[in-house]
Each structure stands twice: as structure tokens, then as C-alpha cells.
Design a protein around this ligand. Structure first.
Ligand code: ADP
Length: 267
């Protein structure tokens, strides 16, 4: 089982990704695709007059402040445009893909965090009305039903809170939780960089290998959103996933390239 997480950053080639996934699926590989949609969400939110608001937590993680209006825009883009765009590409390539959010069948469940701490001008502020959380539980039954019947699941945030409220969750960590729950041999996180870079943004400074026992000590190389990927990788390998690969989603055959060891391999 391979879990492919593809980001939502600019430069990602979804056509090339879907061609590669279709070829692997037809060759008998069991695959699940998890995707993001951050750049397009920002664009649509601006266009709708509700621009994104990013906050930095006291521990240095950047995230999107998600009020009710934002989660609705988020759903339009992630569950709508992005998810159906990928499902349509796969269907055209002869793959029976099914697109679901974490709300559907409560595939991704977690605790709703209504308030969040944000560092602004050196001061810590408490913001309320947030719709965020972290995936704590993956309900694999629906996914297994689909896989056992030849469908290819295409999953996306949001997740469901325990009360059934939509919550914005990090896609990388959701994919890590899914890979752990399904005991996947490989989790790959594809984005618009070749992998984890020692001197971001110098693409020649790729870190090719990170030992699974030592992921935390590489955290310092990751800035802003890359931190969540390294954190997700640490969680996945600690949870029993065979290997995690940070790979490039801007190239032809991005999944096959990562499978052959291109990118940053955590094992
Ligand atoms: P996606 O939405 O595609 O999953 P993110 O934007 O969440 O991707 O995270 C990937 C981004 O992290 C890259 O586009 C890059 O700008 C940034 N980044 C920060 N530090 C690093 C690093 N050390 N190596 C690679 N990318 C990094």
C-alpha cells in the first residue's frame, strides 16, 4: 500500500501525477491519494473578499486561521475544485477514483480546537472561532470497502470533529495518520520542491536520506510549512510505516521517481 500526499502549492503538475498514478494502479499497485489546495484556496478567498489570515504559533508553526467563512471557502476548493479535478483526470485515464473529504464517513476524525494562540508583534494573542484540529483517529472501514472493490480513494481535508463539525487539519499529518492506520509500506509527500533542502531554497542542497531514528534532528532545516511534513514523517515512521519520501511533484512520473529513491527518503 502506497499513500501519496500531494500538496496544493504552485507549480505542481497534476496531469503528470495522475498519469503516473493511473499507470501504477493499472499495474496492480494499491494506492490512495491525499491532496491539498492551499494556493487555490488563497486565490479564491481573495476573490471572494475574505483574504486568508495566517498565524504563527508560539512554537513556530504557521497555519491558516479558519473561521466559519474560511472553512466554507476551504471546502469549495479542497472538496470541490481540487478534489473533483483530480477525480476527473483519473476517470479520464480509466481509473475508478472516488473523491471523499475526511468528513465523509468520518474518515478523518479529531478534536475541534476553537481557540488558537498566535504571535503578533512579539505578543501572544488568543484567537477564538477557529475551525481547526489534528487528525487523531482514522476510520479505515470505508476506505477498505473502496480498495477491496477496485476503487482508488482520493482524500482531502477537512476532517470531522467528534461532534461532526468540519475542521481544517494539516494534510501531511492526516496522510501520516492514514499511512499508519493502514500499515502502508510507503508514504510519499510530493510538493513543489525536490525534497527537504539543507539550505532552502537552494535546490542543489537536497538531503537524500534521513535515518528514521533521527528525524527530529533534521527539523531545523525545515522552515514554515515544511515543518509539518517533517513532523508527519516522524509520526509515520514511529507508527510503523516502512519509509516516507519527500518528492518533487513538478516533474513527469513524480510517484515512480520517488519510489526509485529520488527525493528525501526517511527510513
Ligand atoms: P504543499 O502545500 O505542497 O504540501 P507546503 O507549502 O505545505 O507544501 O510545504 C512545502 C514548502 O515548504 C515548499 O514549497 C517550500 O517553500 C517550503 N520549505 C521550507 N523549508 C524548506 C526546506 N528546508 N526544504 C524544502 N522546502 C522547504
Amino acid at each position: 500500500m502506497i499513500i501519496v500526499k500531494v500538496g496544493g502549492s504552485l507549480g505542481i503538475d497534476y496531469d503528470a501525477l495522475c498519469r503516473d498514478i493511473a499507470a501504477l494502479y493499472k499495474a496492480g499497485e494499491k494506492l490512495i491519494l491525499v491532496h491539498g489546495g492551499s494556493a487555490e484556496t488563497n486565490r479564491v478567498a481573495e476573490a471572494l473578499g475574505h483574504p486568508p489570515r495566517f498565524i504563527t504559533s508560539p512554537s513556530g508553526y504557521t497555519s491558516r486561521f479558519t473561521d466559519r467563512e474560511t472553512i466554507e471557502i476551504f471546502e469549495m476548493v479542497y472538496c470541490g475544485k481540487m478534489n473533483k479535478g483530480i477525480v476527473e483526470r483519473l476517470q479520464r485515464l480509466g481509473v475508478n477514483a472516488v473523491g471523499l473529504s475526511g468528513l465523509d464517513g468520518r474518515v478523518f476524525e479529531g478534536k475541534h480546537k476553537d481557540s488558537v494562540r498566535s504571535v503578533e508583534n512579539g505578543k501572544v494573542k488568543l484567537l477564538r472561532g477557529d475551525h481547526t484540529g489534528t487528525v487523531e483517529k482514522v476510520n479505515t472501514h470505508l476506505i477498505e470497502l473502496l480498495l477491496d472493490n477496485g476503487y482508488l480513494p482520493v482524500l482531502t481535508p477537512p476532517a470531522s470533529s467528534y461532534e461532526g463539525v468540519a475542521i481544517n487539519v494539516d494534510g501531511d499529518r492526516a496522510a501520516a495518520a492514514l499511512a499508519t492506520a493502514l500499515k502502508a509500506h510507503t508514504l510519499m509527500m510530493l510538493s513543489n520542491v525536490p525534497g527537504l533542502l539543507r539550505e532552502y531554497p537552494n535546490e542543489d542542497s537536497l538531503i537524500p536520506f534521513i535515518p528514521a531514528t533521527d528525524v527530529e534532528s533534521y527539523m531545523g532545516f525545515a522552515q514554515d510549512r515544511m515543518k509539518k511534513k517533517v513532523l508527519g514523517a516522524a509520526e509515520a515512521v514511529a507508527g510503523g510505516v516502512g519509509r516516507v519520501i519527500f518528492g518533487d511533484a513538478r516533474i513527469e512520473n513524480p510517484v515512480s521517481a520517488a519510489l526509485s529513491g529520488k527525493g528525501t527518503v526517511v527510513a
